[in-house]
Design a protein. Sequence first.
Length: 173
Amino acid sequence: MRLVSRNFFLGLLLLLSLDSPALATDKQTLPTLATPFAAVDFELDGEDGRTYRLSDYRGQVVLINFWATWCPPCRYEMPSLERLWQQVKGKGVVILAINVGEDEDTIFEFMGQYPMTFPLPMDQDGKVIKAYPVMGLPTSYIISPQGQVTHRAVGSREWDDAGLIEQLMSMRK
């Protein structure tokens, strides 16, 4: 019985890994939401002491990423978000990686292992994550320059994939 359980578990892992973005060889893209919706504005303090308002980025493509330091898939995708940021910053695409429920010290310690230079607003009371239909962490949304949520990604991605970069850059005004 143990061998059957072990083989079933290994088979399930193999099946799940076949759909993993890390193993994908084709360019990735995010499907468009069937019904785009207006992005909910927010104001959050960042771990850097700045205040971040979504409305400040109107006219740009915004990638909102909900994450936490304790989340293994979040840890997996953070380096690719940083590589993406290095390619798109100052070009009409913004990343707002919204940490859910943690404080500055926890995020600062995490950044020692995963250096990040993009904005890290903190949703310490969970108010912003409740305004978006988040299914789990990480969940990311793409917001058009017009303020419409047009795409959603549940789970980790290789954000610096050429297909995703093309998709984000093509959405600019």
